[in-house]
Design a protein around this ligand. Structure first.
Ligand code: NAG
Ligand code: NAG
Ligand code: NAG
Ligand code: NAG
Length: 478
């Protein structure tokens, strides 16, 4: 800026070198009067700030004539505008892009709820040597129209001014319910200038919803028969039914329940389950209502497992519930066998046990099965037994005797139990046991039960033997 006015002076005043001509003119300051035709080199003029301006702090208002015949200010812009100060605006604000000094422009705005009355901008101006803002508008409170009058109700706050921020409260007459917001506020529209109410005025109405009934369900709350605005009713379905919809409904302003009343739809399970170990006590069809229970009976050979239920229930997730393995196999009494062992993992119904005899014994029944018997279970065969196995005991050939013989055939083997019978030749008498059995002794060796008999007699013996016969003949022949 300084350089520019220097050049301007040079072009404007190409006068003689040496003296300075007219001192420079400034918007903000004026030279001392009276002005002279010319000024000698080295002359310093002290300027006076024009009205509205003051000497800038730290700057000199002196301008000096240089030997080049040009005026030089020690510091440019040595006067600055005075400040108008912040304008006093109630309920509003001002905005400036520069400063608040003489010549500055500002704009005004009002706080929310206030409307600007007057010019929205101003300038810091000079009049009668005073500076001030050319215009200070006012921010006037925004008003709302009187609140709406409603039927069957009134609002509080009577006949006053309704300014921004003010609230009115509506109340309904007896037997009428208030629908909407009971309190409305005076606020402004989007233009920030026009007053308006925060919402529509509420309504006062008679609201009556019909007594709600849900088939296959019952109420948990809201038992009365009269239902008005915002009354709630809570439902629950009867067992075996599924609630479809909302369990809670509210009586709304249009005299209907919202959401609409729920339904209680029956839940069905498919055919009852089948078990290899039990059967139902009664027949149920292919479809049973949830909650249906069916008692099962254990099949023969099975008995109810302790602590388990034999009742199967149709659940609300459409499945049948059952304790797993509620019937267990009955158990046969453990079989005993003398001189042998039982081979089996268990004695449960259906199990086949086998037996093994100790050495020297022979098995007579090889296995037994645990089967149904009466109300319980038992082994299907008589108890097995192990019979003593007879070792092969053989006797020597029966001894031969004089004057007699036995009926054993030479060359045959005489096993235990074999019998031979001795007989004497005619005229000889057998002494001792005629019959011998082949037996086993303590060491299981074959021995004959008796020593062989003898055949006694010959001629002497015939006399001895015949004499009583002759005697008898004599006696009888007489
Ligand atoms: C109204 O005032 C708000 C907040 O002061 C502002 O954000 C909005 O731009 C203003 N609207 C108008 C139309 O002036
Ligand atoms: C519930 O009811 C609605 C309307 O009555 C029906 O469209 C829908 O299928 C039902 N839902 C079930 C899971 O039954
Ligand atoms: C049905 O419900 C029972 C008990 O709540 C549960 O144990 C079973 O897993 C459910 N079955 C299915 C198929 O969801
Ligand atoms: C010898 O006779 C008796 C009696 O008649 C008979 O029991 C036995 O078997 C017979 N013995 C032999 C080896 O034939």
């Amino acid at each position: 800026m300084g350089l520019r006015w220097l050049w301007a002076l040079l072009l404007a005043l190409p006068g003689a070198w040496g003296d300075c001509q007219q001192p420079p003119r400034f918007v903000f300051a004026e030279p001392p009067v009276p002005l002279e035709e010319s000024y000698a080199v080295g002359t310093s003029l002290t300027y006076r700030c024009r009205p509205g301006y003051r000497v800038a702090s730290g700057k000199s208002p002196r301008v000096t004539c240089l030997p080049t015949s040009l005026w030089s200010a020690e510091s440019p812009d040595f006067c600055i505008g005075k400040s108008c100060g912040p304008p006093d605006i109630m309920n509003g604000r001002f905005h400036t892009e520069t400063n608040l000094l003489f010549g500055a422009r500002i704009t005004y705005s009002c706080n929310i709820g206030y409307r600007l009355v007057g010019q929205p901008s101003a300038q810091c101006v000079l009049k009668d040597n005073e500076i001030f803002w050319s215009n200070i508008p006012i921010c006037a409170s925004i008003h709302c129209s009187a609140p709406p009058v409603i039927e069957n109700g009134q609002f509080s706050n009577g006949d006053r001014d309704f300014t921004f921020g003010m609230a009115v409260t509506y109340r309904c007459n007896k037997d009428f319910v208030l629908i909407g917001h009971p309190v409305i506020y005076c606020t402004v529209m989007n233009d920030n200038v026009t007053g308006t109410w925060s919402s529509a005025a509420p309504e006062c109405k008679v609201v009556q919803c019909e007594n709600p009934e849900v088939k296959n369900g019952r109420r948990l709350s809201g038992f009365g028969t009269e239902h008005t605005y915002k009354d709630t009713v809570m439902f629950e379905c009867n067992p075996g039914h599924l609630l479809n919809g909302s369990s809670v409904v509210i009586c709304e302003a249009d005299n209907t329940w919202k959401p609409s009343l729920p339904t209680c739809d029956p839940i069905h399970c498919g055919p009852a389950p089948q078990f290899p170990f039990a059967e139902g006590e009664r027949a149920v069809g292919d479809s049973s209502l949830a909650g249906t229970t069916l008692k099962y009976r254990c099949k023969p050979g099975y008995t109810t497992a302790s602590g388990k239920s034999s009742v199967v229930t149709c659940l609300s997730n459409r499945t049948w519930s059952a304790d797993p393995d509620f019937c267990i196999q009955q158990e046969c009494a453990p079989p005993t066998i003398e001189n042998g062992d039982v081979i089996a993992a268990n004695f449960l119904f259906g199990t086949v046990v086998t037996f093994m005899c100790h050495t020297g014994y022979e098995l007579k029944v090889s296995s037994a099965k645990c089967v149904v018997s009466g109300n319980g279970v038992d082994w299907d065969t008589a108890p097995p037994y192990c019979e003593r196995q007879l070792p092969s005991v053989q006797c020597m050939e029966p001894p031969t005797i004089d004057n007699g013989m036995h009926n054993g055939t030479k060359g045959t083997s005489f096993v235990q139990g074999s019998t031979v019978v001795y007989q004497c030749k005619d005229g000889f008498t057998l002494a001792g046991a005629a019959t011998l059995h082949c037996e086993a002794d303590n060491l299981l060796r074959g021995v004959w039960s008796n020593p062989a008999p003898e055949c006694r007699g010959g001629a002497n013996m015939i006399i001895v033997g015949i004499f009583p016969v002759l005697l008898a003949m004599l006696v009888t022949n007489v």
